[in-house]
Design a protein around this ligand. Sequence first.
Ligand SMILES: [Zn+2]
Length: 84
Amino acid sequence: MSKFDGFISDAESESQLRRTGCGVQTLLEKLAEDDADQVRAALGRADITHQAISRALKRRGLTVSAFTVGRHRRGICSCPEGEQ
Ligand SMILES: [Zn+2]
């Protein structure tokens, strides 16, 4: 058994993960369409802070850090371009 057995398939699945986007995108995909729309609306509102979105999600049992929300909003997260 080499340490590198299955290396290519590991790398492939990692790049798959990256293509699926950040925590915010993963969350949006997991939610029902109506719920996701509400989160997207909040994300689009400049008067709602990253922290507030993170806390409101937490109340519903969903964990996304304010940091992740901020990265997603600024477009510097791992989401594929054009899908934010
Ligand atoms: Zn993102």
